[in-house]
Design a protein around this ligand. Structure first.
Ligand code: ADP
Length: 310
């Protein structure tokens, strides 16, 4: 095990050891039907895990596809390590690994065959380098023992791990991962998270998700995208602290839910052992049995979305 770890460490030194920089300015995307999916998105990122959190339809995939140079945008710019993605998309593509939301249909090829094929497409033409890289990635994603099985027959979690392995072919410096844990069971999610945190220091990883817990577990920096606009960017703790001394909760029965919903503008309703816990934001004590409660990232996220809706 120690030997494998040290081999992984040695190999992973081939991944970028310098600080990567991604700068997105004024990114705006309108689809042919006139729908504006992204509106003046500005973000600056460096190495580490960055979470892009937003509800379904917020524009996350549109943003990720633009970054991966898979779709054009109307205005704005994307610079990665000084290269302009509009002027030199091939330079960007070489440094980017992409795990899309929908991976499509897998051919009836084994993991090792498919990785070999994809590595050639990514420009890893030297056979020895390719074999070294594939062995490393299979070990990193715990797929070595399954490497000769057809990827089409893998479980959901194994397919996602394979997705990471293929995205890391060619030693990218920017990894784009779109909604990766949807449909994974808790153990599979955990193993996926562990792989990401192992590699996050060496590159920029952007993880888009609507699952607050994924951001909580993994991302020291984050942004919230809603209706095509960034409405927060910074550290999760900074977002949570916007609700310090402003969050109140009360446990109620099911019958009391409707009257409370009519009386208060509730932030959320959580089910807890068959009882309902209602939460609201108020600068002063609302009384009526509400007690102060510490905010978590989900509270702060819902609050930010509600504020933007207003
Ligand atoms: P998310 O990934 O956050 O769910 P998307 O980027 O997939 O959001 O979609 C953002 C919005 O853009 C949605 O309202 C979606 O219907 C719309 N959209 C996405 N792709 C297209 C397209 N090709 N043509 C028109 N509208 C699109």
């Amino acid at each position: 095990m120690v030997a494998i770890k040290s081999k992984l460490n040695t190999f992973s030194k081939n991944y970028s050891e310098f600080e990567n920089k991604l700068k997105i300015s004024g990114l705006t995307k309108t689809y042919h039907n006139g729908f504006r999916a992204l509106n003046n998105v500005n973000l600056s990122l460096s190495n580490g895990m960055f979470g892009l959190l937003g509800p379904n339809g917020a524009g996350k995939s549109s943003f990720m596809r633009s970054l991966a140079t898979l779709q054009t945008f109307d205005s704005g710019s994307i610079f990665f390590n000084g290269e302009d993605s509009c002027i030199n998309p091939n330079a960007i593509r070489k440094g980017v690994g992409y795990l899309p939301q929908e991976f499509g249909v897998y051919p009836k090829m084994s993991a090792v065959q498919l990785l070999d094929y994809l590595a050639v497409l990514k420009g890893v033409t030297d056979k020895t380098t390719r074999k070294k890289q594939i062995d490393y990635l299979l070990a990193l994603t715990n797929l070595t023992v399954h490497k000769n099985k057809a990827v089409a027959n893998y479980s959901g979690g194994m397919k996602q791990r394979f997705g990471i392995a293929q995205a890391l072919l060619g030693s990218p410096k920017l990894l784009i991962i779109d909604e990766p844990t949807a449909g994974l069971d808790p153990a599979e999610r955990n193993s996926f998270h562990n792989i990401l945190s192992d590699i996050a220091e060496k590159m920029i990883i952007i993880l888009s998700t609507h699952i607050v817990e994924d951001i909580n577990n993994l991302c020291p920096k984050m942004a919230i995208l809603n209706a095509g606009e960034i409405c927060f960017q910074g550290e999760p703790q900074a977002l949570i602290s916007t609700l310090t001394d402003k969050l109140w909760s009360k446990n109620i029965s099911k019958n009391e839910l409707e009257p409370n919903q009519q009386q208060y503008e509730l932030l959320s309703v959580r089910l807890n052992s068959g009882r309902y816990q209602i939460r609201l934001v108020s600068g002063i004590n609302p009384g009526h049995g509400f007690t102060p409660v510490e905010a978590d990232l989900e509270d702060a996220y819902f609050h930010t979305l509600k504020q933007q809706q207003r």
